[in-house]
Design a protein around this ligand. Sequence first.
Ligand SMILES: Nc1ncnc2c1ncn2[C@@H]1O[C@H](COP(=O)(O)OP(=O)(O)OP(=O)(O)O)[C@@H](O)[C@H]1O
Ligand SMILES: [Mg+2]
Length: 436
Amino acid sequence: MLVSQGTPMSGRAPKLPAHQITTANLGAAYPLLAEAGLGHRGVVIGHDLLGGAFVYDPFELYAQGVLSNPNMVVFGQIGRGKSSFIKTYLWRQAVYGRRAWVVDPKGEYADLAAAWGVQPVALRPGGQVRLNPLEPGPSPPESAEGGSGADRRQLELLAALASACLGRVLVPRERVAIELALAALAGASDVPTLPRVIDTLLSPSAASALAVRSDERRLLEDGRDVALELRRLVHGDLRGMFDGPTSATIDLSAPLVVLDLSALYNSSALGVLMACASAWLQSALAREARERPGASNGLIVVVDEAWAILANLGVARWLQASWKFSRAFGVANIAVLHRASDLQAVGSAGSEQVGLAQGLLSDSETRVIYAQPAGEVRAARDLLSLSPTEADLLPQLRRGVALWKVGARSFLVQHRLAPDEGPLVDTDAAMGADGR
Ligand SMILES: Nc1ncnc2c1ncn2[C@@H]1O[C@H](COP(=O)(O)OP(=O)(O)OP(=O)(O)O)[C@@H](O)[C@H]1O
Ligand SMILES: [Mg+2]
């Protein structure tokens, strides 16, 4: 008989040492309950509620073949801890020398930037800093159809911006007018800017008109609405941010680059501005890859509040295509959304537009899902292929707890804040201060 300390023979309650077991053994003992985890290489995110620390690194998992892409989409109701997770995740990745570029529509990454010893790049109408979204970037896959890669990327971006500003899809005449304006500018030695595209749209040359068997007056009419809408970014309420050569003051070699768009957070044009900012980041990435091959490996690019971009289908299409370049550059993208249905809100059911927005999801093999309202559970279950048990959990998740889907595997993770990370993430205090 095995007699151990404090057995019933002594008449006292037994005091047995706590049973210890490795997560690998636990996984084998409880195969449908416990997961072996994702290994120990990466940053600690927090606590796996079914056992042990939860460690994650998309670059590592991609290298191991566990993931086929390093991109991530984060969903969650307001105030559930999405941005806090991103900020601490970037901060912890810095230990491994990883850099990050962030599109920050709320202006809430300033404390993180300060901790990293950098200043956010504040973009505001009539401000000091300009970014040129038309700088040459990666070539869209369709570039085989004709035109140089740079031309086609500029065309896709301008078409997306114009369609977002006009609130409708462009007609073929409008697309051709943009294409001809870009072609007319292509011969110049310097990079096109939005003011020059608009001038060219409003003063088309005879040679451009002849190329489509038209005349200058008709070509002007074809491009007039596009030019007048884009003019908003040059002379209107959005002037002074994306309407000239990029300011020399921006240091992209910094460990963290934050593009602060908070001056226009409540503007209906937020999506357009975020698209311009993301376009510029992509050009910068392509330039870095040309000038310093391999330097972008391990870069993390975050688009917080990305729902504002997806609300416009032209821009959503452009963003989705651009995510495909990330693999070539060794970059991990992160988009932050509120609801799974943000991905369906861009068009009618079954439309090409919805397919494009959902393509963003299929290019993101890591999905982090914070609490969703009961009315969203069905959309989340269908879009994210959740089991009925996982879907039922979503409305009950408390702040900081998320369902992680990493490839085909699932984890329930409590994100933990380290004692010194509180000031980096406290958006409740910021909301109290400015009344938002
Ligand atoms: N894991 C956590 N533990 C404790 N507090 C947390 C945790 N995550 C977030 N918080 C707190 O919750 C508040 C809201 O977090 P956060 O701003 O990250 O939410 P959010 O989901 O990004 O909201 P929004 O949709 O409005 O952008 C912050 O003040 C933060 O300090
Ligand atoms: Mg947030």
